[in-house]
Design a protein around this ligand. Sequence first.
Ligand code: MLT
Length: 313
Amino acid sequence: SALAAFGAAADTYPQRPITMVVPFAAGGPTDVIARIVAEPMSQVLGQQVVIENVTGAGGTTGITRASQASPDGYTIMMGHMGTHGAAPALFKGLKYDPAKSFDPIGLAAGTPIVIVAKKAMPAQDLKGFIEGLKSGGASINQAHAGVGSVSHSTGVLFDSIVGAKPTLVVYRGTGPALNDLMAGQVDFMTDQIVNVAPQIAGGTIKAYAIATPERSPSLPDVPTTKEAGLPDYEVSAWNAVFAPKGLPVDVRAKLVAALDAALKDPGAKRRILELGGTVPKDAEAGPDALQKLVEREVARWTPVLRSAVDANP
Ligand code: MLT
């Protein structure tokens, strides 16, 4: 019977490696979080969770492809505040609906936003940086990971709040953008802390402020935007695991349990925290909380982004 076949599928899952699509370049924030959780998830599931980087269009290329995969538990993905929050406001023809095309598995990490610049940027603080940014106009280059990505949406929000119109430079992820920032090839970006914390600590790039209400324990010397005089710019991103919609209930339960166990793994937890990320609190963990987060984020970002992008198309 159908029920017996269904039970058998769940009992034996997984029988082969699972692909986790990361919709940005290797080495960047989403890839870092994905690799941290994939390792303990593999242990719990008894099969490798293999990362596949499918880049382009601010993460929407990889998420579109993964959303169209068979909902059998062998293709999952790491989405984020951009692909599942900001993108619908910016792509008219988006081929997925963040709130409807997925079975959410759970939040993996919160990733506060930091305003970072190349080391040679002369300003000593955020106020001086903003003055230089406004007077520099299009001669200042701002990196981002594609329209709809976190660095793009939080970046254009920043520009619209401060009234700046820099030249936007697109990358396939903020991993490669960070390399150019370290080399001084691009001037600044707003990026997720897990990508930039080691370079800020090492002094190879500058950090002007972190856009959270409190300082980060991993970057104690970096002021908050409020402390630095820009209280209106408070924004954090997040990364979360999704599957294509229609997973067998028991397969879904195994993935949810594996992610939960991964986030309780002391090594994984420590690595996320060391990089300045946050691990979900009980109320934020799991599929139901993620579904609600996605719905809230789409509603929050849609009006904000439409007006921010209109200001600097
Ligand atoms: C990445 O992994 O490159 C990022 O999450 C890009 C972004 O959204 O800014």
